[in-house]
Design a protein around this ligand. Structure first.
Ligand SMILES: [Zn+2]
Ligand SMILES: [Zn+2]
Length: 221
């Protein structure tokens, strides 16, 4: 009798274990971050702005660090006030330019959600860009930014419109037609290149002069 109970428990345990293993299998088969191998939630790749802007990566940190050639953690150094922490393995901190000013860089770290996605050094820079950039400045900044992050990629106006959707009213909720009329201005200025003839859906690509320019992207808004 005792033996039966024991074997029953073992079977239940085995079943439970198999389910966990299967769940693990599903997670592993899902998309993992290209830098840190953290499993990416399905939502991240469909409706979330981080997932849309940095597909295949946790956030701006993982996306940018990978592009900068970072592949592994490094020992933490120079933390004299927390000497005990020296030598701990961490993803290296990286600096990115501010979207508006040339005065400050933004230091971003791995896994600091929200902060890893900062694009302006301060609230002030964001506000100034919105004021000086005029109507729909942030939406136009997002359009240019998505193109600049993928300088070799060609976007249609409706693809760019979809990228604005998760931002709601902050992004301006612009439809494809509204985005296309914004892009026409950028094409005339030489900020963006238009590809395709009148018979096909136009595709747009950021001008390489903008990508290689030391001028912060917000100034082109
Ligand atoms: Zn990651
Ligand atoms: Zn700034």
């Amino acid at each position: 009798m005792e033996l039966m109970v024991a074997s029953k428990t073992t079977t239940q345990f085995k079943q439970k274990f198999t389910i966990i293993e299967e769940l693990k299998g599903v997670t592993i088969m899902g998309t993992l971050c290209g830098l840190c191998s953290h499993p990416l939630p399905e939502l991240c790749r469909t409706s979330d702005k981080t997932g849309q802007t940095y597909p295949g990566y946790c956030n701006q940190y993982c996306f940018t660090a990978f592009r900068q050639g970072i592949r592994e953690k490094v020992p933490l150094r120079n933390y004299s006030d927390h000497a005990r922490l020296n030598g701990h393995m961490v993803w290296p901190y990286i600096n990115i330019p501010c979207g508006w000013c040339s005065a400050n860089k933004i230091e971003i770290k791995h896994n600091h959600f929200g902060r890893s996605n900062r694009v302006f050094c301060s609230r002030n820079c964001y506000k100034e860009m919105c004021t000086e950039g005029g109507r729909r400045a942030f939406a136009r900044f997002l359009i240019l930014r998505n193109m600049a992050l993928n300088p070799t990629k060609r976007f249609t106006a409706s693809q760019l419109s979809a990228l604005l959707e998760p931002y709601g009213s902050i992004g301006g909720s612009l439809n494809g037609r509204a985005v296309a009329s914004i892009l026409r201005v950028y094409v005339a200025r030489g900020t963006v290149r238009a590809l395709g003839d009148s018979t096909s859906t136009k595709e747009y690509q950021i001008a390489s002069s903008i990508v290689n320019s030391p001028t912060p992207l917000g100034k082109y808004v």
